[in-house]
Write a protein that binds this ligand. Structure first.
Ligand SMILES: NC(=O)c1ccc[n+]([C@@H]2O[C@H](COP(=O)([O-])OP(=O)(O)OC[C@H]3O[C@@H](n4cnc5c(N)ncnc54)[C@H](OP(=O)(O)O)[C@@H]3O)[C@@H](O)[C@H]2O)c1
Length: 232
């Protein structure tokens, strides 16, 4: 029987799916959340057939009503969550110049990539117990210590905000004994990363899986890549 339960958003493909697959292989019960019902069921079927313990959850992290529905569904099936991984994200702007990005593009990106993890974490908080772990899948693109690059400026800004949200959540959840970290998976061969990225999906999932399992709970309020703390 699985001893721990993890909820992963955006888990029907890419890095989120791989994180779910690896955690299932480590005897977690994994809840795969995604907005596309058919794809979420395909992903859970694959993990089940490989012997993993998992549940499908249809939840659009860009929609607060959907997040609330997702919470009610999980609460009716599980007593608690040990791990929450906010992985779902969109990258819409690519080579769009910052000053040309449309308001819809800006608002949709911030809604899914930054406010989504904030609202998911706040909504699911009643299920997150003592010693649980929240992992926000961010990106080096959000680091502002070296200035800002011109590629995908809106996506990058959303990850900067996600990093700030991660820090605030870490402070706010410290009294609950819940640790919150942000991490970058590196440039990974997924639909978002493209086929020329240097990292495999397995490599991209590694730091998130470590933060969900073996990382000391003293690591809190940090931004990590390759299991090492980075500048914000
Ligand atoms: N790949 C890279 O090189 C790279 C680099 C740095 C950081 N990251 C980060 O790593 C994470 C995973 O990226 P990836 O490369 O695996 O991307 P991906 O292959 O595009 O997968 C993204 C996942 O997020 C889901 N998603 C998007 N919007 C959603 C919403 N509103 N509600 C619920 N799910 C939603 C997608 O589901 P649908 O099928 O419904 O679209 C999909 O499952 C993201 O946070 C990304 O920013 C990736």
């Amino acid at each position: 029987m699985p001893s721990k339960t993890a909820l992963i958003t955006g888990a029907n493909k890419g890095i989120g799916y791989e994180i779910a697959r690896q955690l299932a292989a480590k005897s977690f019960h994994v809840i795969l959340a995604g907005r596309n019902e058919a794809r979420v069921h395909t992903a859970t079927d694959t993990i089940s057939k490989a012997g993993g313990s998992c549940t499908a959850l249809v939840m659009d992290v860009g929609n607060r009503a959907s997040i609330q529905d997702g919470f009610e569904s999980v609460k009716s099936q599980f007593n608690s969550l040990d791990v929450l991984i906010n992985n779902a994200a969109i990258l819409l702007d690519h080579s769009t110049a910052f000053l040309n990005a449309s308001p819809d593009m800006i608002e949709d990106t911030l809604q899914v990539n930054a406010l989504g993890p904030l609202y998911v974490t706040r909504t699911f908080l009643p299920l997150l117990g003592d010693g649980s772990r929240v992992i926000n899948v961010s990106s080096s693109a959000g680091q502002i210590c070296g200035g800002a690059g011109a590629y995908a400026p809106v996506y990058s800004m959303s990850k900067t905000l996600l990093n700030a949200i991660s820090m605030q959540l870490s402070t706010a959840l410290r009294p609950h004994n819940i640790v919150v970290n942000a991490m970058c998976p590196g440039w990974v061969r997924t639909e978002m990363g493209g086929s020329h990225a240097p990292r495999s999906i397995e490599e991209g999932a590694e730091t998130a899986v470590w933060l969900a399992t073996d990382a000391p709970l003293s690591i809190n309020g940090q931004f990590l890549k390759d299991k090492s703390s980075q500048s914000w």
